[in-house]
Structure formats: structure tokens, C-alpha cells
Design a protein. Structure first.
Length: 258
């Protein structure tokens, strides 16, 4: 896969979309998070049905910089749709559902369809739909059943929450408001880690009670690829109940990638 495909994968991790401060309690129905926060964790999660966002990303890898336009659409707890392109030309499109990953590479005329082991291998960290959604939204994802997280209260009302997951350590720093300020996934044994910082929180223009981080910075490090950094700035975000389309069609002549 070329650099633009990597850019898309990073784009999936760069989320700072609409964040509505609601407690992380269980719920049912469209647009409601089903996550349950641990009693000691003061986290707040998003609540919406559909979301769309546009922004620009800049990736730095092995000393080279590359920019791209990113477009994101989402139906909560159901589907994530992402495109990445340069100079107004779409290069890569991806659709994630709860149990599948589909990627269309228009530059190389190839496509992929499969499970989350694909993203896990590409990003070198364990990946699931719930994890991708929480990361894109800056939501808190509770520790796995049977695992008790370590909760540390820090200055300015912040909390640091850490727990093991699939052989790696997951840490989140929560603001006093309960919003995720930083996410870190690390594996000391293999010397690989991923850090996402959410900054520049501002309310959405049409909904004063919803805020999102206009700027997000990601740093990924692994022994083989070294350090890759990416910065994302969203220029337009809409969240609500307006229905969105999630088109994905493989043109004739495209080769399936294994």
C-alpha cells in the first residue's frame, strides 16, 4: 500500500469530532453510547445519530511531509466512512462496520475487503470498531470485562486512567469536563506506541452545548518504521440526526488485494 493508504489509516486515528458532554452510562436506541464507565472514572461521551466532518491532515514520515484532505461520515455504533485525497482528487476510500473493513485505492486500482485483522496489521496495534469509534470521537472506552483500571486523580481536576488490553497498555487523560485529552497505547516489549492529543476545543457553531477539538496530533512509533507524526485540523463538523449516505462501489477492473 502506498503512502496515501497509510495516510488514510492514520486519518482514521485522527478523530476530533463532535463531542457532546453526556455521562458514559448504558443506553439503547440510535445515537446512544452503550459504553458503561467505571464508577471512579469521570468520563463524558458523545451522543448523536449522524456525523460528518471535513479537514486537512499533514503526515511526516521518514523526514518527508505529505498533506491531504480528509472527509469523515459516521452513523453512531454502526458505520464509519472515510476518504482521503490530494488536490481535490480522491485517492482512498474506506468503510468500517462492526465486523468488516473495506478499502478502495483509486490510485492503484485495488480494493480490500476483510476483517479488523487488516487494520491491526497495518497500524501494528489491536483494532476493533468500538475502539476506532471511540478514538475518532475522543470518547472514553471502558476496560475489558474482568479488568480493573488504575485511576489517578491529577491536578486541575484531570484523571489518568490505565488498563491492559490485548498485550498493550491503554492510558487516557481526562479533562475536568470528562472529555479525553490524550490517548496512549504502548507496548514496551516491542517498543511500539501510539499517542493521540486532542486540543483546541471549541463549540460547534449551531450547537453551543457540543464542543470538538479543532486540532489533533498523533505520533506513532515502531521499530521498523521509526516515528510517524500527523496533524489534523477540522474545518467543518456537523452532528445531528440528518441522514447521510455511505457509498462504496468497486469499479470494474479493480484488483482485489489479499
Amino acid at each position: 500500500m502506498n503512502k496515501l493508504t497509510l495516510l488514510l489509516a492514520l486519518g482514521l486515528l485522527l478523530g476530533s469530532c463532535a463531542r457532546k458532554a453526556v455521562p458514559t452510562t448504558s443506553g439503547k436506541g440510535p445515537g446512544t453510547s452503550v459504553s458503561v464507565a467505571e464508577p471512579m472514572v469521570r468520563a463524558t461521551n458523545t451522543s448523536f445519530t449522524f456525523l460528518s466532518a471535513k479537514g486537512k491532515a499533514q503526515i511526516t514520515m521518514k523526514g518527508e511531509k505529505q498533506g491531504a484532505n480528509i472527509s469523515l461520515r459516521m452513523r453512531r455504533d454502526s458505520i464509519i466512512w472515510v476518504t482521503a485525497g490530494l488536490l481535490g482528487v480522491e485517492g482512498v476510500r474506506a468503510v468500517l462496520t462492526r465486523d468488516s473493513v473495506r478499502v478502495l485505492n483509486k490510485l492503484e486500482k485495488t480494493y480490500f475487503t476483510g476483517g479488523y485483522d487488516y487494520l491491526s496489521k497495518l497500524l501494528n496495534v489491536p483494532v476493533s470498531f468500538a475502539q476506532m469509534q471511540a478514538l475518532l470521537l475522543g470518547d472514553y472506552l471502558p476496560a475489558p470485562t474482568g479488568t480493573t483500571p488504575t485511576v489517578t486523580n491529577e491536578e486541575a481536576g484531570r484523571q489518568r486512567v490505565a488498563y491492559p488490553l490485548a498485550g498493550v497498555l491503554v492510558e487516557r487523560i481526562l479533562q475536568a469536563t470528562g472529555r479525553v485529552q490524550q490517548l496512549k497505547v504502548s507496548d514496551d516489549a516491542s517498543k511500539r506506541n501510539l499517542t493521540v492529543d486532542y486540543t483546541d476545543f471549541k463549540p460547534l457553531e449551531q450547537q453551543d452545548d457540543i464542543t470538538f477539538a479543532h486540532a489533533t496530533f498523533i505520533q506513532a512509533q515502531q521499530a521498523a518504521a521509526g516515528v510517524v507524526t500527523a496533524a489534523l485540523n477540522y474545518t467543518k463538523v456537523n452532528a445531528g440526526r440528518e441522514r447521510l449516505a455511505f457509498p462504496f462501489t468497486v469499479p470494474k477492473g479493480y484488483k482485489r488485494q489479499k
